[in-house]
Design a protein around this ligand. Structure first.
Ligand code: PHE
Length: 338
């Protein structure tokens, strides 16, 4: 058995007392990047498990996005029902990141936002999106992916008149919903937080409960909240032609991709669809690229996805397998592909 990750740090935060976990999966292509997640877990080991899986996905995400970066992730495992001292938690996180000497840089993720990155930035320079919101970039990438999916399924990139179910109307999901509405699509949405309905209302989207959204009869289901929504239990219930969204780790296990494939449902790998945030962060903050150049890079997500869907068809494999194969090549032989 071999350890796949470069380094995994788990420590009891000296200020907060909560488990802070940083998993650096790969630095083969460059500095590892990946968001900082603040979530409730029954046991800190569940948070560790999440960090291990999410950091590995970030390696594939960065490689497929054409970035000279590896993958990592931070997870702070919170017990249920506590309101943490945010500053203490974020300074604990910052000190662990600083101790890694630049091998890993963080960014916003589930449970954190640009303001939190400012707080982390008080103690380490290895943090993206200090005060900048990456979620519009992520959403723009999702739209590029949705155009590619719709073209693959229905023969045209046009989103007007197509139907979408957006599951999760948080920072990213809210932007996706707006962009879909602006493109003339029909949208139904849901969130575990019922107060998010106002977002759907303001863009003329229909509202339902999360299960109704998951099983809605639509062209494309767009998972835009937490992962693990695609399972052997939920896949038989789906009534969509395709699934494509920014939620990380949508499949509960790799084998679920085959279940979707057998049902004739196209699954666009989340590591491709969700890359707009990191592309935006790296291009603007590290390379200081102009907005139109950044937008073009994010638009490239659509071409990458098309390439993967074509490769899957040509090799009679699932898009998940085709994406994993391409990501593996990019990490192992970067020079040859470039
Ligand atoms: N949550 C982002 C992702 O999963 C993480 C991130 C955003 C990292 C921006 C760096 C910069 O892709």
């Amino acid at each position: 058995m071999s350890l796949e990750h470069v380094r995994v740090v788990a420590e009891k935060g000296p200020r907060s007392g909560f488990p802070v976990i940083v998993a650096v999966h790969s630095t083969a292509l460059g500095q590892a990047i990946g968001g900082c997640r603040l979530s409730v877990y029954a046991d800190w080991r569940d948070g560790l498990e999440d960090a291990l899986r999410l950091s590995a996905a970030m390696t594939a995400k960065a490689a497929l996005a054409g970035l000279p970066n590896g993958g990592g992730k931070t997870v702070v495992a919170l017990p249920a029902g506590v309101v943490p001292d945010r500053r203490a938690v974020l300074h604990d996180v910052a000190d662990v990141i600083e101790s890694l000497g630049g091998d890993y840089a963080t960014g916003p993720d589930v449970g954190t936002g640009p303001d939190d990155m400012v707080t982390i930035g008080e103690r380490t320079p290895y943090v993206f999106c200090r005060g900048h919101d990456s979620s519009p970039g992520t959403a723009a990438g999702v739209l590029a992916a949705l155009r590619a999916v719709v073209a693959d399924r229905f023969g045209s990139h046009d989103l007007a008149g197509r139907s979408f179910a957006v599951l999760g109307v948080g920072r990213v999901g809210g932007h996706v919903l707006r962009l879909l509405a602006e493109a003339g699509a029909r949208v139904v949405a849901a969130d575990v937080d019922p107060s998010r309905r106002t977002v759907a209302d303001s863009f003329g989207a229909a509202w339902t409960d999360p299960h109704g959204c998951l099983t809605a009869e639509v062209d494309v289901l767009v998972p835009a909240a937490l992962g693990g929504v695609l399972t052997p239990e939920t896949v038989p219930e789906l009534r969509c032609a395709a699934v494509a969204g920014p939620a990380n780790n949508q499949l509960d296990r790799p084998g679920t991709a085959a279940l979707l494939h057998e049902r004739g449902i196209l699954w666009a790998p989340d590591v491709v669809v969700s890359a707009g945030g990191i592309i935006h962060a790296i291009a603007t903050e590290l390379h200081r690229e102009a907005p139109d150049r950044v937008a073009a890079r994010i638009g490239g997500i659509g071409d990458t996805l098309t390439r993967i869907l074509d490769a899957a068809r040509e090799t009679s494999s699932t898009p998940a397998e085709a994406a994993a194969r391409l990501a593996g090549w990019l990490v192992d032989y970067p020079a040859k592909i470039a």
